[in-house]
Ligand binder design. Sequence first.
Ligand SMILES: Cc1cc2nc3c(=O)[nH]c(=O)nc-3n(C[C@H](O)[C@H](O)[C@H](O)COP(=O)(O)O)c2cc1C
Length: 174
Amino acid sequence: MSQAVTIELGEGVEHDARALRNAFGCFTTGVTVITTTAADGRRVGLTANSFTSVSLRPPLALVCVDLNSASLPALDAAGCWAVNVLHAEHQALARQFVQKDTDRFAGLETETWRTGAPILPGCMANFECETHHAFDAGDHRVYVGRVVKLRYDPDHEPLVYLQGRFRRVHVDAE
Ligand SMILES: Cc1cc2nc3c(=O)[nH]c(=O)nc-3n(C[C@H](O)[C@H](O)[C@H](O)COP(=O)(O)O)c2cc1C
């Protein structure tokens, strides 16, 4: 039997938020770590699945960051950031970049390219971006970035996120 839930928004804020989160969670995404450098040189990063490609000409991509995120001031001040696309073996890294009150970069060697944003090696893809446009939408800030450098290595299995859980993609044998 179908477990489908239909809800008209506006009935009750808490109920809406849970239903909306559950419904959004039905959209499978990849998992990234967004990185930047704070004014004092500290490396800053957070796990994010809101990464989306926007445009090929010019090359634009976006990420949405919670207005309560501690990374927000560094993202705003730097005006540049990197999107590091994780692969299936990166689940621990994805969890590491959510943790509070720890050095999320402990033991991690990072590269720098053109802007100084930390680049995580061994990722499925990296996009170095300069902020093209940033605006607030509800409880998140949307950063649209112009991609200035990229690297990709499709010879990996992706890390995916669905309904609040990390998962792997099942590929049928041909
Ligand atoms: C799979 C996954 C995806 C996430 N996606 C986002 C996102 O797109 N935007 C965001 O602001 N937080 C996202 N988060 C939550 C942040 O990673 C988390 O709140 C982090 O602690 C924020 O760190 P900060 O406050 O130091 O910036 C995600 C968490 C997980 C586990």
